[in-house]
Design a protein around this ligand. Structure first.
Ligand SMILES: [Zn+2]
Length: 630
């Protein structure tokens, strides 16, 4: 498909210009915008693959050959292909972006005519980014107008001088219906482009009006520094909108991925191997200005799995080098809840997770105002491991002076220790927990073991029941289960009823069961039409983050077949999957039969034996199917 697209598009951008773009582009620089790369020896570089979830880097870049390749998922190509895959750009958009970067003026040819001419339209992404760049200038200029006084006062009251406002390109959306819209229309942006960008919206009367009015504006940039959206703070009491308003989801703005400040922070994050997650635009500014240059914030959404993915690649978080992620919360109940939620995510994050709770319920911006830059640096330095924080929070809810209180606190706290990813750390935390509770080590250890084995140690709603770990791909059964799920996600129409007929119980690994259950909850494969919508439906139906992450991975992992999959391949895969589970049941049954006395328990013996015979028959049929017969 890529090659076809190249051939088709090469008729539009001149071949020699494309070649020039390839030649003048440093592939390492382009990829470094989104993935932190380290030396892999022999002049090659490596990092964490942006196209599949991994803990140790298998994503390789060869600057000498100008190519990249991932040994984990098999993706690879040149710089153009990287932008197409990583930024979801078209071929032309990718070439245009690289050309702009390298300072190359592209020439276009019209189909079979050989006269080069300026191509009237750029790619969509380029247009939307250009509209945002123009909007930044517009809002910036507005900040010095008379009407923007409340915006300037807001910044000044929070300790941000003119230089700070300029560094973050703060601006003001004026008290007018369509000033920005008209300004951008004059610059040649179309009605549709402004709506798609989220900068304008149609009014009830049908005319186009500005999305943001009478607000303090922060441009939100992606990793490469392109402005892709805005955050807007309410300034006037009679503004009945929410305190913060953000750009809606657009082709370039995905709030689940966006981190405010990442463009300025990424180099320090990679260098220091740590990132500080704060809650708002002013907190990011306060941290950076106070000497904590690694601060970022989510925009209008909770910190989630996609943010972790973005940060892990910048952090180069891997088994070899654990990155540190520090959440700051003001000490109120909401912050504590957020911290515990973060604990749920923590298991997907190899690095160590820390909590920094600011004193007196102050956010970093307030803290800097009240106590100065040093207080911010101190806040980050006094971080506490998330586990310690969560344990303390759980234990504090109980009266440890009573036996009942201590036992209940232990039962609630044990699952948190059982969830610890670093197993070596568990004994240490068992001792610590026993000490905090004033109990012997023995019962605490037992509670942790019970919690770790998947049996509920407290009520089923205990805050952190152990989630299934992501399975390794090493066993043949695990591999065939992955293959079946990949077929369901990538080729639902093909997988169809054959996939739906095999229930979740036939899958051996808990996380595979969870994905299978999510597929059923999303309506089953037989009704799915496929594509991104289908993947999203399954992701939404997942009960836990591990399953959700796996769906993302399996949706893109290549099938283990050369060429196109066909019904026969589906049939073989499903048969092999069931065969694994049936032979497991046969093994269990045989051992059970051996333990039964055929004389004293004659009825049970024959019942089990009959079951064994029919299972063996089923296994034979499956083996034939797995060998290739339909
Ligand atoms: Zn990969």
């Amino acid at each position: 498909m890529y090659a076809e697209e190249v051939a088709e598009m090469a008729g539009r951008i001149r071949d020699e210009d494309i070649a020039l773009v390839r030649e003048r582009t440093s592939i390492a620089e382009v990829i470094s915008d989104t993935v932190t790369l380290k030396s892999a020896g022999g002049g090659n570089l490596k990092g964490l693959c942006p196209f599949h979830d991994e803990k140790s880097p298998s994503f390789n870049v060869s600057p000498a050959r100008n190519v990249w390749y991932c040994f984990g998922c098999g993706a690879g190509g040149d710089a153009i292909k990287f932008l197409m895959d990583a930024e979801h750009l078209s071929f032309v958009e990718s070439v245009e972006r690289l050309a702009a970067r390298a300072g190359i003026q592209l020439r276009y040819v019209e189909d079979d005519r050989s006269t080069p001419r300026q191509r009237p339209q750029q790619g969509q992404r380029q247009r939307l980014v250009a509209a945002h760049a123009a909007a930044v200038e517009f809002y910036r200029a507005q900040l010095s107008t008379a009407g923007a006084r409340p915006a300037r006062e807001f910044l000044a009251q929070r300790g941000f001088d003119r230089a700070a406002a300029e560094r973050y390109d703060c601006g003001f959306a004026p008290d007018a219906w369509d000033l920005l819209t008209k300004h951008l229309r004059q610059q040649g942006f179309s009605h549709d482009e402004l709506v798609t960008a989220g900068l304008s919206r149609p009014s009830r009367s049908g005319s186009l009006i500005d999305r943001f009015r009478r607000r303090l504006m922060w441009p939100i940039r992606d990793l490469t520094g392109d402005v892709i959206g805005f955050g807007a703070r309410k300034l006037f009491d009679d503004d009945d909108g929410p305190k913060y308003l953000n750009t809606p989801e657009t082709p370039i703005y995905k709030k689940s991925h966006v981190l405010y400040g990442i463009d300025q922070a990424k180099r320090e994050i990679a260098k220091q191997g740590k990132v500080v997650v704060v809650e708002g635009y002013t907190d990011v500014m306060a941290c950076h200005l106070a000497g904590v240059p690694t601060a970022v914030a989510t925009c209008g959404t909770a910190f989630g799995a996609d943010h972790i993915g973005v940060l892990r690649r910048v952090l180069f978080d891997s088994d070899e080098r654990a990155g540190e992620i520090i959440f700051t919360f003001d000490g109120d109940a909401a912050g504590q809840k957020a911290a515990l939620r973060a604990f749920e995510d923590d298991q997907r994050f190899v690095g160590r997770t820390f909590i920094a709770v600011s004193p007196d319920n102050m956010d970093p911006c307030e803290l800097r105002l009240a106590k100065g830059d040093l207080a911010i640096r101190d806040l980050v330095a006094r971080r506490e491991p998330l586990v310690d924080f969560a344990l303390r929070h759980v234990i504090n809810r109980y009266d440890l002076d009573t036996v009942d209180g201590r036992v209940e606190a232990m039962r609630r706290a044990a699952p948190l220790v059982a969830k610890l990813k670093d197993r070596e750390k568990r004994p240490e935390y068992v001792r610590k927990l026993a000490g905090d509770l004033g109990m012997e080590i023995e019962p605490v250890q037992r509670a942790v073991l019970t919690a770790g084995s998947g049996q509920p140690a407290g009520e089923p709603s205990a805050p952190a029941r152990p989630g299934p770990a992501t399975p390794t791909v090493d066993s043949p059964q695990s591999m065939v289960e992955r293959e079946a799920l990949k077929l369901a996600l990538q080729e639902p129409v093909l997988a169809g009823p054959m996939f739906d007929a095999v229930e979740a119980a036939e899958y051996r690994h808990p996380v595979h069961q969870a994905v299978r259950a999510a597929i059923a909850a999303a309506g089953g494969v037989a009704t799915a039409t496929g594509g991104a919508v289908w993947i999203e439906q399954v992701r939404d139906a997942c009960a836990d983050l591990a399953a959700q992450a796996l769906v993302g991975e399996l949706a893109v992992e290549p099938l283990r077949i050369d060429g196109e999959p066909d019904p026969r391949y589906v049939s073989i895969t499903m048969a092999r999957l069931q065969w694994g589970s049936v032979t497991g049941r046969i093994r269990d049954l045989k051992s059970k039969i051996q333990r039964i006395n055929p004389v004293s328990s004659k009825d049970e013996y024959f019942a089990l034996f009959g079951e064994l015979l029919s299972l063996e028959q089923h296994a034979r049929a499956l083996r034939e199917q797995a060998a290739g017969g339909l």
